[in-house]
Design a protein around this ligand. Structure first.
Ligand code: UDP
Length: 416
């Protein structure tokens, strides 16, 4: 199949760990690569953020990344990209009219918007129905519920996003929690497929070098430094454990720059305050961004990985931890409900509850055999359920169903 992926703000070429560069970049890059490995021809369209990058880059065998000129050729926060989506759609329509793909897959709601607009124009120009499917990665309604006024998404998201969900041929949700949210938008179950994100189980594996560590038990958090990801909660949990005599440290991977250039990150100042208030300055290391290639050694060096977000559309980090054979303490939210199996690969805790995180981590730190058991089960689950090979095959099945027309939406022609 000739497949177009649209990912307006999250390029596979981007550097990970910054405010807007995380799971979606990893997902699009890995999905494209795995689909191409199965013989498909994949083109990823992403907004140009740098005038020096060539229009087309061969990202992997069978995968091209195309820079779309829409708005300034510089990094623009994703919450300010909506005004440029018309221009983005113009470019997509031109590219697809010249060379029609078999299927188009949008990533994030604004890509969906541009994709639908372009697909409608391609249908008018060429006739027929260009099949479109959509993965949201995050839903504005959930973000607003948890972040309230801190949510900087454009107001239009609250009606445009559900509209995209209703107008695409199918929505590929990444977890069951998201599927329920989509039903609440009025998307029929017959047009929702659940296909999770995957993990590179060759790269993230238990054997291999581990980052250096001392005698203290090591808790690891790998996260963009934004408040809702819960790094502050992990710090409070560490302090609680230390008050109970546990000799532990917390290593935090993530941020816009390396350790020396972290100040540029808006959340860092707040986290440093929490660290000082909690009296754990000598036990918390903010490592800054670590290259994806170098991450496995950090997972391997940890006794437990903590993922304590307020909410989480999917969450690739727990999968990476599981693939490295490390037990996970995870808030019971979003994708983490599906990926982390209670008392098998880790422990669930309520969101925004440092005390509960401390208790769960404390239990694991006190029981090496339980940690080993969870670690082995995590590795088995990651390789068995979440290999990109399997995820790409499941995604390709959704594409094939679209081609047979069994899930084609009649709503596309509606103007927005
Ligand atoms: N990541 C990375 N280096 C960092 C911080 C994060 O490579 O310094 C990667 C991490 O390994 C994971 C992704 O960024 O693959 C984060 O994905 P996740 O779904 O957990 O969270 P998101 O950032 O999408 O909210």
């Amino acid at each position: 199949m000739k497949i177009s992926l649209v990912s307006e703000h999250a390029s596979p070429l981007a550097v990970l760990g910054g405010v807007d560069a995380g799971g979606q970049n990893v997902h699009v890059a890995a999905l494209a690569t795995a689909l191409a490995a199965d013989g498909h021809e994949v083109t990823v369209y992403t907004r140009r953020e740098d005038p020096r990058v060539p229009e087309r880059t061969a990202f992997a065998a069978g995968v091209q990344v195309v820079q779309v000129d829409a708005g300034p050729a510089q990094v623009v926060s994703k919450d300010r990209l909506l005004p440029h989506m018309g221009e983005f759609a113009d470019q997509l329509a031109a590219a697809w009219t010249a060379d029609r793909p078999d299927v188009v897959h949008g990533h994030f709601w604004m890509s969906g918007l541009a994709m639908l607009d372009a697909a409608r124009r391609v249908d008018l120009a060429l006739g027929g129905h260009l099949p479109v499917t959509q993965t949201f990665h995050a839903l504005g309604v959930v973000k607003r519920r948890h972040q309230g006024l801190q949510d900087t998404s454009p107001a239009e998201r609250s009606w445009l996003e559900p509209d995209v969900a209703r107008r695409v041929d199918t929505v590929i949700a990444t977890c069951s929690d998201e599927a329920f949210e989509l039903k609440a938008f009025g998307v029929p179950s017959s047009r929702i497929a659940v296909v999770p994100c995957g993990v590179d189980t060759e790269h993230f594996r238990p054997d291999g070098p581990a980052a250096p560590r001392g005698d203290r038990m090591r808790i690891l958090a790998v996260s963009r430094l934004v408040q809702r990801k819960g790094v502050g909660i992990a710090i409070e949990a560490l302090a609680e454990l230390v008050r109970h005599g546990v000799d532990a440290e917390l290593v935090v991977v993530g941020g816009a720059g390396d350790a020396e250039h972290l100040e540029a990150d808006p959340e860092v100042e707040r986290l440093r305050r929490v660290i000082a208030e909690q009296g754990v300055t000598d036990r918390v290391t903010l490592l800054g961004r670590i290259e994806h290639e170098d991450l496995p050694q950090w997972y391997r060096s940890a006794d437990v990985v903590v993922c304590a977000p307020w909410y989480e559309p999917f969450g690739i980090v727990p999968l990476e931890a599981m693939a490295c054979g490390v037990p996970v303490v995870a808030s019971s939210v979003g994708g983490l409900i599906d990926t982390v199996v209670e008392d098998v690969t880790g422990l669930h805790v309520p969101p925004r509850d440092p005390q509960a995180v401390a208790e769960a981590v404390g239990l694991l730190l006190a029981e090496p055999e339980r940690r080993r058991r969870y670690g082995r089960a995590g590795r088995r689950r990651a390789t068995g359920r979440y290999s990109w090979h399997r995820i790409a095959a499941e995604t390709a099945r959704v594409y094939q169903q679209l081609q047979t027309g069994s899930t084609v939406s009649a709503r596309r022609t509606r103007e927005r």
